[in-house]
Design a protein around this ligand. Structure first.
Ligand SMILES: NC(=O)c1ccc[n+]([C@@H]2O[C@H](COP(=O)([O-])OP(=O)(O)OC[C@H]3O[C@@H](n4cnc5c(N)ncnc54)[C@H](OP(=O)(O)O)[C@@H]3O)[C@@H](O)[C@H]2O)c1
Length: 238
């Protein structure tokens, strides 16, 4: 029997890489995709199982379409790419940076999901990785909230519109990944410690925590139209 094939965009790092690893362990064939070919190769070298890779920039729908044409049909799409654009206090939020937030997350997620449709198994799945900023009320995240709420708002509509394709989301809290590398190490540790203190489970998340939620959405054929919050409970904190 042939393995189910999952394509993970943003699969060379953090949440996407951990999701790819777990799906491989669960017996999926996995293709990881991201922009930096050397990083993709280095990540793929640390994975075992039926692993492939494609270098794409999800901001360029024509390239994504060509890559899917080369890849052929597949069963599941996981969208785990994004950026930190749009973060920061609202009073000084640069509208150009907010626009970049949409252009580097919401639009590439939507465009890549759209480009994948002709190649996805009709009853396969799409899993978007959004962010809990969409649901929590964390000062300094209005821009991120808007971008990620846009993705979360699409999930239910797409699940109804694209049926029997299953469409879901996973909404992570604060996760220790290279996404945070824009902060110097010492400052990053202080931020992580602060978030850990405010998170009901008493720690920030690891990529594996979110990967388990992603793999659940991919593999459970009865899940559709749902956004699973995987945040240690931080959405409850003021
Ligand atoms: N870490 C957190 O605390 C956290 C919390 C909530 C939500 N999230 C969300 O979770 C998702 C994954 O984040 P992460 O923490 O795993 O970040 P990460 O470690 O920086 O990984 C991001 C991945 O996306 C790829 N990527 C970025 N832009 C791309 C593009 N235009 N086309 C194709 N691939 C692209 C990156 O590779 P290349 O740079 O080589 O392209 C990398 O593989 C993001 O959407 C992020 O907003 C993260």
């Amino acid at each position: 029997m042939s393995l189910q094939h999952a394509v993970v965009i943003g699969g060379s790092s953090g949440i996407g890489l951990a999701s790819a690893r777990l799906l491989l362990e669960q017996g999926f064939r996995v293709t990881i995709a991201a922009r930096d070919e050397a990083k993709l190769k280095a990540s793929a070298d640390h994975l075992s199982g039926e692993i492939g890779m494609i270098a794409i920039d999800a901001r360029d729908p024509a390239t994504v379409k060509q890559a899917f044409e080369r890849l052929g049909s597949f069963d599941h799409l996981v969208l785990a790419l994004g950026s930190g654009h749009g973060a920061g206090p609202f009073a000084t939020l640069d509208m150009a940076d907010l626009l970049a937030g949409f252009q580097t997350k919401l639009i590439p997620h939507a465009a890549t999901a759209q480009a994948a449709l002709p190649f996805l198994r009709p009853d396969g799945s799409i899993t978007f990785v959004s962010a809990v900023s969409a649901q929590a009320a964390m000062p300094g995240t209005a821009g991120l909230a808007a971008v990620n709420a846009g993705i979360e708002a699409m999930v239910r509509v797409l699940a109804a519109e694209l049926k029997p394709l299953r469409v879901n989301g996973v909404s992570p809290g604060v996760i220790d990944t290279p996404w945070w590398d824009f902060l110097p190490a010492e400052q990053r540790q202080a931020v992580f410690q602060d978030f850990a203190g405010r998170t009901p489970v008493g720690r920030i998340g690891q990529p594996d925590d979110v990967a388990k939620a992603v793999a659940f959405m991919v593999s459970n054929g009865f899940m559709s139209g749902h956004v699973l919050t995987c945040d240690g409970g931080i959405h409850l904190a003021a």
